[in-house]
Design a protein around this ligand. Sequence first.
Ligand code: AMP
Ligand code: TRP
Length: 335
Amino acid sequence: MNKNVVLSGVQPTGDLHLGNYLGAIKNFAVMQNENDSLFCVVDLHAITVFQDPKELRNNTYEVIAAYLACGINHQKSTIFNQSQVSGHAELAWILNCICRMGWLNRMTQFKEKSGKNSENVSSGLFTYPTLMAADILLYKATHVPVGSDQKQHLELTRDIAQKFNNDYNSPNFFPLPEPFIEKEISRVMSLRDGNSKMSKSDVSEYSRINLKDDADTILKKIKKSKTADTNMPASMEEINLMPEVNNLLNIFSGVTDKTKNELIMYYEGQNFSNFKKDLSDALIEKITPIGNEIKKLMSDRDNLNQIMAEGVAKARIKSEIVLNEIYDIVGFVKQ
Ligand code: AMP
Ligand code: TRP
């Protein structure tokens, strides 16, 4: 029987936030125990939008530090930086020749990111999903933990894998990877607007909780977060009509072992001040130790370099085996 292979990636494009943690990284640490796991920092993806080189380098270390601080064990899992394993870019080229223009034209993330400016964004931003497919297929990954914004890219990866297997008459060569998306928490919303996603690029700092926020900042942000003019309702039907309240409940449940229903039963009929106080406490308990650990790890570059070097060495060995098979299937001459 084939073993499960878990792979995921995070872009080094700025401060990591609660959405990244609850939607993705928290699951990485759980999944590493049962599976062969790889977690990369996707710097090749980051430069699809211009990044200041100095910041890019610093952010790359910071994502590695965040992985470790969130409980990913570098001996169990392979933690590495994408651009240091050349197979990602090499396979991306081959997959660009498999993937159809029409498929890329349907990608909603590209439409959102390019907006009215689609003639003037990089062509890398357009082909971004084929590089993501390469990350996954280079290790024949079977399971990909991500937030729900990545679901469409995973579906595209499956289409690309299937077309490669068909075109080259290599049935089952690439497994069709499954997204692992946790329902309630796969889309953490902004604290200011329950209809838009919590995001690194939101101009308002009050829209998100960063993993490096201290206790005071978390308290202030939750205090300012939007709720409703009523008390906490008793039913899910009513809560579903209050996106901000629903989001805070998802977050509360995500950082504790309490279910949403338990929380609703407890706070039902109360105004939101107690709820906010308890939510802040729960967040502070969960998030500040992670933030402190990130800061501690960031102060020892040699250690991070050592961990990255070990990860890159492991990733290169794994990827070269698969890339050789692919070159052979495609008909590239090897000497
Ligand atoms: P990125 O920072 O765009 O590379 O995202 C890294 C991971 O975090 C991906 O798996 C995203 O789907 C996930 N993610 C980002 N923002 C959110 C959010 N607001 N809610 C849930 N997951 C998210
Ligand atoms: N596109 C993902 C994001 O923006 C990051 C990513 C790149 C990724 N390659 C990946 C996620 C491979 C999972 C698997 O969040």
